[in-house]
Design a protein around this ligand. Structure first.
Ligand code: AMP
Length: 271
């Protein structure tokens, strides 16, 4: 695995390749990240993983500082999967140039996490736009776990006619149902049990809502989640993933979206 810290040397190398599959991450690699890489391995392109904890997408300094980092372990995992390239840029390497494309931020950015994390998606799109310009990948692999992020990146790519295809990857969960997340490294056993109960609760509720034996009542859901041990809920919403808004009469395409806190650790999921 070749490791690059500088975009010029990276570009020199990857420009020789016919096609690149790009997997952007913030490190703290877990089975969710690894599943994206394994999916990319099914095609012939060389795989480039980036690890960059992007300060521009954190709206709280403390959250940025406490974000789990474990580079040594990450490198081991990537080598084991025989990833071709790892890009570990510095802040300057990413932000010291003016990209050709302006970022396009669809109105969907104002929903869900957009209501609670000011500037978050602008920060995400800013950095992804730069990565796409540096790397020019044929494919970019993104997780449905971060559905809103994936959707907004896809809209940006389509709007700016960027020659990269988004490959959507399904959410990987631990045995207890909790979606793998780097932030889980900050949870203790008791807190993981609470996260697991949240997943069980919402997946059971979804089945009942689809069957028509229950309704999606935000007030009572929030009350139930608090009694399971959740400390704070930013939102819990029932969204039609085709129309990207609340529609109650199309039960095939509903998904429950949640952002909640256990102590000061913010978790998101969609079920
Ligand atoms: P992150 O390091 O959190 O920025 O995530 C990097 C990529 O991994 C994003 O495309 C995420 O959506 C994806 N990802 C994160 N968690 C999971 C998961 N549990 N299953 C599948 N993909 C995931």
């Amino acid at each position: 695995m070749k490791i690059f810290k500088n975009k010029l040397s990276l570009r020199k190398e990857v420009n020789k390749d016919k096609c690149i599959s790009f997997v952007p991450t913030m490190g703290g690699l877990h089975n969710g990240h690894l599943s994206l890489i394994k999916k990319a391995k099914l095609y012939k392109c060389k795989i480039l993983v980036s690890i960059f904890v992007n300060p521009k997408q954190f709206n709280k300094k403390d959250d940025f500082e406490k974000y789990p980092r474990n580079l040594k372990n990450d490198i081991k995992k990537l080598k084991k999967l025989k990833v071709s390239y790892l890009y570990l840029p510095s802040y300057e390497d990413i932000f010291d140039f003016k990209p050709k494309n302006k970022i396009f931020i669809d109105n969907f950015s104002k929903e869900l996490c957009g209501k609670f994390r000011k500037g978050h998606f602008k920060g995400v799109l800013n950095v992804i736009n730069r990565f796409l310009e540096i790397i020019k990948p044929k494919f970019i692999y993104l997780g449905i776990k971060d559905f809103q992020q994936l959707t907004l990146i896809n809209f940006h790519i389509l709007k700016r006619k960027i020659n990269t295809k988004v490959i959507k990857c399904k959410t990987v969960r631990d045995m207890n149902g909790v979606a793998c997340s780097s932030r889980n490294f900050n949870l203790n056993k008791k807190q993981l049990r609470i996260a697991s109960k949240v997943y069980q609760y919402l997946s059971t509720l979804k089945k009942k809502v689809k069957k028509g034996t229950n309704i999606f009542n935000v007030k009572s859901i929030k009350k139930d989640l608090i009694s399971l041990g959740v400390d704070k809920i930013d939102y819990v919403e029932n969204i039609n993933i085709n129309k990207l808004r609340k529609i109650n009469n199309d039960l095939d395409n509903i998904n429950f979206f949640i952002a909640y806190y256990i102590k000061n650790i913010r978790l998101i999921d969609n079920i």
